[in-house]
Design a protein around this ligand. Structure first.
Ligand SMILES: [Zn+2]
Length: 314
């Protein structure tokens, strides 16, 4: 029995290093059902897949109970995911490396599935349902433990010939800078991620009194006027601005959308981003680009994964 597209819903899955978040999503971006589990990748590939498939089956039934047909599944995964759906490399999900997750899901659940990098799903989410809606071309940057990004050009996600484009977090901003897990040194991620902010706070000793500070803790200190904490966010903004200036000179984008935990503190570093863009980019792209906060928070990933799944149906 075939329903109409209006009866179709898709499952968006955000496979994080810590949490596995799922949402049953209607075509207009409404979340009908949501459920999360601990990723618990330490228990190995087979145990992880068994729990994933079981959760998917539960949510498929939950959709049916609401009179909807689960028609496709989209997955966002942390790591390099090639255009054919194979997870090429993932520091957080090592046991899944080499697996074609989309194919595995599709064969077990019996509906089409697609898998892509989680920063790309977040970019699609903001583009379709969030801060990216007014713009045809934007870069979505997720400032979390690492720095991920997804590039939307003329309304479409640009993944590059191999599926691994938009690694904005690994642009070099300091030629002789800190070593990065990717093998390069001086990558933006080493200066603008939540981990980098916490590490810098630790090295300045501002966290000595209250124990280890995370990036939100450093932001709270900055808001209270602590000069070292303010300087840390100035530096975050400068490095981001240097990288963004290069990107807008290359692509003349309409917007750069910042998501992830660190973006909650954008008010503390937007001035230093703007100063670098003004100083380093040509006036026309510098004046054009808007730098703004994402609107969807943690839901950007599941919504974008679902939107990518809907695209399989048309
Ligand atoms: Zn790197």
């Amino acid at each position: 029995m075939q329903g109409t597209l209006a009866d179709s819903v898709c499952l968006g899955v955000d496979v994080g290093g810590t949490n596995l978040r799922c949402a049953v999503v209607a075509p207009d971006g409404t979340i009908l059902v949501r459920q999360s589990l601990a990723t618990d990748i330490g228990s190995g590939r087979d145990a992880f897949l068994e729990r994933l498939f079981s959760l998917m089956t539960t949510l498929k039934r939950a959709a049916e109970a609401k009179g909807k047909r689960l028609s496709a599944i989209g997955l966002g995964v942390p790591g390099l995911c090639s255009n054919d759906g194979v997870l090429r490399s993932s520091v957080n999900l090592l046991p899944l490396e080499g697996l074609n997750l989309a194919q595995a899901v599709s064969s077990v659940i019996g509906i089409p599935a697609v898998a892509l990098n989680d920063a790309n799903t977040s970019a699609v989410g903001e583009q379709r349902f969030g801060a990216g809606r007014p713009f045809a071309s934007s870069l979505m940057v997720t400032l979390g433990t690492g720095v991920g990004a997804g590039l939307i050009l003329d309304g479409r996600l640009w993944t590059g010939i191999d599926g691994v484009a938009a690694e904005f977090g690994h642009l070099t901003v300091e030629p002789e800078g800190r070593p990065c897990g990717c093998g390069n040194r001086g990558c933006l991620e080493q200066y603008a991620s939540a981990s980098a902010i916490a590490a810098r706070a630790s090295s300045t000793g501002i966290d000595a009194a209250g124990g280890k500070l995370d990036a939100a803790g450093v932001a709270a200190l900055a808001r209270a006027g602590n000069p070292e904490a303010l300087a840390i966010f100035d530096q975050v903004g400068s490095y981001l601005g240097i990288a963004i200036a290069g990107v807008v000179n290359l692509l003349n984008l309409e917007a750069v959308i910042l998501g992830g935990g660190v973006a909650e503190s954008l008010d503390l570093f937007e001035h230093s981003i703007a100063a670098e863009i003004r100083q380093r980019a040509f006036p026309i792209p510098a004046e054009r680009v808007r730098v703004l906060k994402g609107e969807l928070g943690d839901d950007a990933g599941v919504l974008g994964a679902a939107a990518t799944a809907f695209a399989l149906l048309t």
